[in-house]
Design a protein around this ligand. Structure first.
Ligand code: F3S
Length: 640
């Protein structure tokens, strides 16, 4: 039987396990990326492992999240990242050069390789045929140390594309359509592999937008073939040598097939507060818009911003509508400048922001109270914008630019002719100091640390019996933004676990940290899809620091599940979802943790005298990691 692209890449990188869906496979990792918000901790973990220099073909440390550098904390962290990268043989990308995924796609991503990144939108590189996955920082640290990356073998879903995009429909609308159909849980345990005659008509930036936002389906990753379009993109980026053709066999086996006719798509928008609350833009006609933001790792490419400039040229946004634009990289910014496309943006009334994540991570640009913000980003979780009741809608760059001119949602049928689809120019300019490459000789490099860099604490082993209270009960679809909010003040503490832990669940329940401190140990009860969203491992590290021993949920998001395991928190699944209602905040539970077997069930006693049954989806190895108190302990035990 023929092979899919996913199977071809996994087979080439397989170090353990069999390619049977659900079974654990270990993969050799070719490339890693980290960003500053998760990367400082990942690099501290890499140092703690103690292997000296990185063992991957390529590791890049980007600074894109917290580029405001307010106070000493962020600049100190960034200096640490620069010096630890130089010492460890990794490439460093300083603040202001761009967003990690856009930069990686343009400069380092490679068809046929494996890439893991401590950021959930690492699958962006799937747009050029890399098997690119978001992971917790510790998993990335271990990959940099030459260890394999373990995942359950995913099911492979073929997304068969036919037709071609017309009018105002864009790559973003393909992924919004999938989110509409499948929801934010629809991709768990799956790789979405794009195929069919419609693929050839999609540009690399459109493909990268689609694979980027595949993360919102909860997918392991998404991937496109590497074809003539990919060759053209890499050639123009001066990277012809990185090209290899990679297509699925004619008779490739897939676990499922989804059909999308590109010709039928029209401009879509995700409504507050979930990326799967998708409707047609025309259905919202008449709703006033206070703000539009174009950028983020989803839609900040040269083609997105050239289209934006074409739409805005000679026109002006209304004074009540704030328009912000963040180019994805300095290369994108330079191409726009060279073609005279900055001026029309400014003349239209846009604010040009730094090449960084910016408003996507709540670094400025928050909407007004209850303000309506149309963003080209990938997430619209409640409060992520920095304004708790901000009403964030997600759309393509073309749609957002056009809506910014109208100052309200309008029917795309009234928008006039759509801008032309844009290709990269033949001669993409190079930029000075885009990256700092490590020196040949690293012995003399000194790693510089500021007072905000606090070494990772040692965690105890899991107790044989957990006796603790449920100190928080939360609903379905809790995101890592709920667990640990973003924003400049909090993100500045990512290298300081004791300090950042004070913000755990602070926007959901302000008393949680106090209750944890008083009790010293506790359990969290959650609903479906607990921990979806960003890969931030601080959403597991913070609770662990506070003494959380277990989470009991109906279901778990993939990366957060891995982070809980990595830091020794027991993730338990309710066998009977209705037992969620049996448990309440304050009830005391006795969990016989030592009786737990991989995939087995145990009974939990409640102080009311009742019992409930829980299970787990852990492998034997994952269970041992949790019992050791986390992955770092387990690796140290192995080493000794
Ligand atoms: Fe940055 Fe937002 Fe992407 S925080 S990496 S632009 S999801």
């Amino acid at each position: 039987m023929g092979k899919s692209i996913t199977h071809k890449i996994i087979e080439k990188h397989l170090v353990s396990g069999e390619m049977i869906p659900g079974q654990e496979v270990g993969l050799r990792i070719d490339q890693t990326l980290t960003q500053d918000a998760t990367g400082t901790m990942a690099w501290l973990q890499f140092e703690a492992i103690g292997v000296g220099t990185v063992k991957t073909d390529l590791s890049v440390s980007y600074v894109d999240h917290n580029t405001l550098q307010m106070g000493f904390r962020n600049p100190d962290d960034h200096r640490y990242l620069r010096t630890v990268a130089a010492k460890s043989g990794a490439i460093f990308s300083p603040a202001g050069t761009g967003i990690c995924h856009q930069l990686h796609l343009e400069n380092f991503g490679k068809p046929g390789t494996t890439l893991i990144g401590s950021d959930s939108h690492t699958p962006t590189a799937g747009g050029i045929g890399s098997m690119a996955m978001g992971a917790g920082g510790l998993s990335v640290a271990l990959a940099m140390a030459g260890e394999a990356y373990f995942i359950p073998m995913p099911e492979v879903v073929k997304v068969n594309l036919t037709g071609e995009l017309t009018g105002w429909a864009a790559g973003k609308d393909v992924i919004l359509e999938l989110l509409r159909r499948l929801t934010v849980k629809g991709g768990v345990g799956k790789v979405f592999e794009y195929a069919g005659p419609g693929v050839a008509a999609l540009s690399v930036p459109d493909r990268a937008t689609i694979t980027n936002m595949g993360a919102e389906l909860g997918a392991t990753t998404s991937i496109f073939p590497s074809d003539d379009r990919t060759r053209d993109f890499l050639e123009k980026m001066g990277r012809s040598d990185d090209f290899m053709e990679l297509i699925a066999d004619e008779d490739a086996h897939y676990d499922d097939v989804i059909e999308i006719n590109l010709s039928e798509l029209e401009p879509l928008v995700a409504q507050p507060h979930m990326p799967d609350q998708v409707c047609k833009i025309k259905d919202l006609a008449g709703k006033k818009i206070d703000q539009c933001a174009i950028g983020s790792c989803t839609n900040s490419s040269y083609s997105d911003l050239k289209n934006t400039a074409q739409i805005l040229t000679g026109k002006q946004t209304p004074p009540e509508t704030d328009l912000m634009i963040s180019p994805g990289s300095k290369q994108v910014m330079k191409m726009l400048a060279r073609e005279g496309l900055i001026e029309p943006l400014l003349d239209a009334g846009a604010r040009l922001l730094e090449c960084s994540c910016g408003p996507c991570i709540g670094m400025g640009g928050s909407p007004t109270t209850a303000g309506v913000s149309v963003r080209t980003f990938n997430r619209n979780f409640e409060g992520r914008s920095g304004t708790l009741d901000g009403q964030v809608y997600l759309a393509s760059a073309q749609s957002a630019a056009r809506l910014a001119l109208d100052g309200e949602f309008t029917d795309p049928a009234t928008w006039g002719p759509a801008p032309e689809r844009v290709e990269l120019p033949e001669d993409v300019p190079s930029i000075r100091n885009l990256f700092v490459f490590p020196p040949e000789e690293t012995a003399s490099v000194e790693i510089l640390r500021g007072p905000n860099i606090v070494a990772l604490e040692n965690f105890d082993k899991l107790p044989e019996t957990i006796e603790a209270k449920v100190l928080l009960k939360v609903e379905d679809n809790i995101t890592t933004d709920h667990i640990l909010p973003a924003g400049a003040e909090i993100t500045a503490l990512r290298s300081n676990i004791p300090a950042i832990s004070q913000y755990i669940f602070s926007r959901v329940d302000q008393g949680f940290v106090g209750r944890m401190k008083e009790a010293g140990t506790g359990i969290i009860l959650g609903g479906e899809n607990y921990g979806q969203g960003s890969s931030r491992e601080h959403a597991a590290l913070g609770p662990r620091h506070l003494g959380v021993k277990a989470v009991i949920v109906k279901s778990l998001a993939r990366i957060h599940r891995a982070n809980l395991i990595n830091f020794g928190i027991l993730p338990l699944l309710l066998v009977t979802p209705a037992d969620y209602d049996t448990l309440s905040e304050g009830c005391e539970l006795t969990i016989p943790a030592n009786d737990m077997t991989a995939g087995g069930t145990i009974d939990i006693s409640i102080d009311s005298g009742e019992t409930i049954t829980v299970t787990n989806d852990l492998t034997k190895k994952e269970l041992e990691i949790i019992q050791s108190g986390g992955l770092l302990n387990a690796v140290r035990e192995d080493q000794s």
